[in-house]
Design a protein around this ligand. Structure first.
Ligand code: PMP
Length: 422
């Protein structure tokens, strides 16, 4: 639109205003805020509600009783390859990988990491690198413990590694980096092998630097050609940094978001460290739920087949978002957006300085979006341009309505901005 004459641009703005007024008149109430599975996705795992059929694990463990801090071996075997963690180095816990990330940070703060005398809480300052755009709950979790958040730009191969390497080499207070290495939240980027290799091998000033490798979307493919990423634990070990990575994952978006199983994988030293601390907190995880997952998912192929069914439900929603955005905004220069090959999100970039206004216009029209800025540390996107779209939860017709409405808001705010500048 920047090539339009003033009259043409004014006409586009007037059309957008009429469309927006009509949108508001409809009195919609739609929600694209959070990446939640839809009820139909959850229905795919309904059979789990009648499981487990028995209560005895493969090794004879009575799952009804206390114990088994590492989680059922047969469940760890199913997820070992999928999460690229040797089964002996994988923990199966209760629901929510976010709570495992929380606990590892608390233990590092209060007890220190293996082989390092100093606890994070005794450091003058603890900072984490935050590739942006990123996941708001990662940022909020670290912020809650007073950890300083340092944004690092993402490119299409992952975090900008020149920036990352510079920061970790120079600043011993940089203790961690948040990574969503596959189908990242929110822009769908998967890390290239070279990025993973550099993360594993880079020299760090902090001896207790950790990569928080949140592989939340390991098996959440939107195409028939799954993206594979390099094996972070193996590369860390090969590079002489065996304790560098904490791998997280969960079945929250495989089985039940509210009743899944979370996983932690790392070096033997880190696994014993976490198990030691977890043993003070609980006498064992919910093994009945582990057994239920084993009976339902059966093996790695069972997980992949189940995820194919998820894909059948959600891929049309992602496709609809792309089609509508292309039809409404393609070629206007008012927005660009990601075309993810997996995961749960699309990231929409609008003209600099206008994301907040687009989100508030959408809210006035009854379309709830994740707050602009949420994709950045402290909720502050300095360019005010990134909007996260989460299309999985509403049914397809609602997704279509909401994205059509959002596109109208982008046209309205965008044409107004261009006219102000003209
Ligand atoms: N990590 C990422 C990147 C996520 O997008 C989400 C859910 N939106 C989570 C973790 C939450 O995982 P869990 O349900 O296992 O706590």
């Amino acid at each position: 639109f920047s090539a339009l004459t003033l009259d043409e641009l004014t006409a586009q703005r007037d059309r957008a205003r009429r469309d927006y007024d009509a949108l508001v008149q409809r009195g919609l109430s739609l929600d694209l805020t959070r990446g939640k599975p839809s009820a139909r996705q959850l229905d795919l795992a309904s059979a789990m509600l009648t499981l487990p059929g028995g209560h005895t694990a493969a090794d004879g463990t009575d799952c009804r009783n206390y114990g088994g801090g590492q989680g059922l071996a047969e469940l760890r075997a199913i997820f070992s390859g999928l999460l690229q963690v040797p089964a002996a180095q994988l923990l199966a816990a209760n629901n929510s990988s976010l709570s495992l990330m929380h606990d590892t940070i608390v233990h590092a703060l209060l007890s220190g990491l293996p082989g390092v005398g100093r606890r994070w809480v005794d450091e003058p300052r603890v900072a984490f690198l935050c590739p942006v755009p990123g996941y708001d709950r990662h940022f909020a979790l670290a912020e809650r413990f007073g950890i300083e958040l340092i944004p690092v730009p993402m490119n299409d191969e992952g975090p900008d590694m020149d920036v990352v390497e510079g920061l970790v080499r120079e600043d011993a207070q940089v203790k961690g980096i948040w990574c969503v290495p596959k189908y990242s939240n929110p822009n769908g980027v998967s890390y290239s092998d070279e990025t993973v290799r550099r993360l594993a091998a880079m020299p760090t000033a902090a001896p207790d630097f950790r990569i928080f490798w949140d592989n939340a979307y390991a098996v959440h493919h939107l195409t028939e050609t799954p993206v594979e990423i390099a094996d972070i634990l193996a590369l860390c070990a090969e590079s002489g940094n065996p304790d560098r990575a904490f791998v997280f994952g969960s079945t929250s978006k495989i089985t039940f978001a509210g009743g899944g199983v979370a996983f932690f994988g790392s070096s033997p030293a880190n696994v014993s460290w976490l198990l030691g601390h977890t043993g003070k907190r609980t006498i064992g995880p919910d093994k009945i739920n582990h057994l239920r997952h084993v009976e339902f998912l059966r093996d790695e192929a069972g997980v992949l087949e189940h995820m194919r069914r998820h894909r059948e439900l959600i891929q049309p929603k992602f496709e609809a978002v792309d089609l509508i955005l292309t039809k409404e905004l393609g070629g206007t220069g008012l927005a660009t957006w990601s075309k993810p090959l997996g995961g749960y999100f699309i990231s929409l970039d609008v003209l600099e300085g206008s994301a907040r206004q687009v989100v508030s216009r959408a809210a006035e029209a009854g379309i709830a979006l994740t707050p602009a800025g949420a994709t950045h540390p402290y909720g502050d996107d300095p360019a005010d341009s990134t909007i996260r779209i989460a299309p999985t939860y509403p049914e397809l017709p609602e997704v279509e309505l909401a994205i059509g409405g959002l596109a109208t808001c982008v046209r309205l705010v965008g044409t107004e901005r261009l006219l102000e500048r003209a």
